[in-house]
Ligand binder design. Structure first.
Ligand code: PLP
Length: 382
């Protein structure tokens, strides 16, 4: 058997070794490390709410009222008025009858899929789905068929041949920033009697005039059999996740989703913080408008520099670099110029498609994008 040291050394040699930064400051466009201040383009704090004073105040008030820990799972005594109110507000936000909180998006995906699908059933998954959806299907021990990215025609052919229980897809793909063909997937699911789970971790709060996410962007209203998973630690700036859908789905998850049942509830103060951030996210359209203008500025500038951009209108903009070593080197050279954009490498993305995953936040300003473009100009391959 390989020792840990051998395995780690191999990873290092393949440029796949991961290291953590230690932040001494809140999540913001500028972060402070021990000896460095960096302009970041890599958080998922898309609306700039992770350190918003009203959200912080709501968190503190929540801790004053409820203490710091939920103390139990939701089904025992962990489900507070704050959790319940947040569930109602999230359901109203996305336009579904009910919502159920989970501690993380990862757990929500595991919980839904393993509660609803068993080893005799088939799940169709987009090839670029997030790891949590892939792991969810594994946990359910379902028969998994991965279709080519966003390839509805291929999916349709396969669904005509085999009865599927579930289709799963990211709403906005986390490493490329493109949006799933949700209308077509919805029609396929309904035509074949399957359910559709949409993980809108990167769409919620960001897309659509009111921030309701990928569905709103595509002018589609929620309808059964869609199950919508949204996270609370990205655009909403806090922590946690929810699943929204029909009443009987939510009741079923309360009975059957193991990652809901067998875990401590989120701290109620976290729920209070999300309630505050949701109010801001709903009211302040300027945050979404700012994001759009930053993305447009970046895309125009990067195209002018000769970078090949993936087709994304979202705050996730991928610059494909190729080999892991090339992406790492680009990231290092940006860091030397005071800009933080980690290299995304296998297994997060396919071999040969390592990239700089650039993300924008409403807290960025046009001058920040200008600085980024100047730094990219300096590292551009000849
Ligand atoms: C598409 C997608 N789904 C789910 C998750 C997991 O959400 P969480 O961080 O709340 O576990 C992430 C990222 O974290 C994600 O990018």
């Amino acid at each position: 058997m390989k020792t840990f040291e051998q395995d780690l050394a191999e990873r290092r040699a393949q440029h796949l070794y991961r290291e953590r930064l230690i932040l001494d400051s809140p999540q913001a466009t500028q972060i402070h490390l021990a000896n460095e201040t960096l302009l970041t383009f890599c958080s998922n704090d898309y609306l700039g709410l992770a350190n918003h004073p009203q959200v912080v105040a709501a968190f503190k008030a929540g801790a004053d009222r409820y203490g710091v820990g939920a103390g139990a799972s939701h089904l025992v005594t962990g489900h507070s008025r704050a959790h319940h109110a947040l569930e109602e507000e999230l359901a109203d936000f996305v336009g579904a009858p009910r919502a159920l909180l989970f501690s993380t998006g990862y757990m929500a995906n595991l919980g839904v899929v393993s509660a609803l699908v068993d080893r005799h059933q088939i799940i169709f998954e987009d090839r670029l789905n997030h790891a949590s959806l892939i792991d969810a299907a594994r946990l359910a021990r379902a028969k998994v068929q991965r279709y080519a990215h966003a390839d509805v025609a291929q999916l349709q052919r396969r669904m005509s041949a085999q009865q599927a229980a579930l289709i799963t897809t990211d709403g906005v793909f986390s490493m490329d920033g493109d949006i799933a063909p949700l209308s077509e997937l919805y029609h396929l699911a309904t035509a074949h009697g399957a359910r559709l789970l949409v993980d809108d971790a990167h769409g919620l709060g960001v897309l659509g005039k009111n921030g309701r996410g990928s569905f709103e962007h595509l002018n589609i209203s929620w309808a059964a059999p869609v199950m919508l998973m949204g996270t609370l630690g990205k655009a909403l700036g806090v922590f946690g996740a929810f699943v929204a859908g029909e009443v009987a789905l939510i009741e079923t998850l309360i009975q059957r989703a193991r990652t809901y049942i067998y875990t401590t509830a989120l701290p109620p103060a976290v729920a209070e913080a999300v309630r505050a951030s949701l109010k801001i996210a709903r009211a302040e359209n300027w945050r979404r408008e700012r994001l759009q203008s930053l993305v447009a500025q970046f895309r125009a500038g990067a195209a002018q520099l000769g970078f090949k951009l993936a087709p994304s209108i979202t705050p996730i903009q991928a610059l494909i670099m190729g080999e892991a070593s090339v992406a790492l080197e680009a990231s290092r050279r940006l860091r030397a110029q005071g800009i933080l954009i980690p290299a995304i490498r296998p297994p997060t993305v396919a071999a040969g498609l390592s990239r700089l995953r650039i993300t924008f936040s409403a807290a960025h300003e046009a001058a920040h994008v200008e600085r980024l473009l100047q730094a990219l100009a300096a590292i551009k391959p000849a």
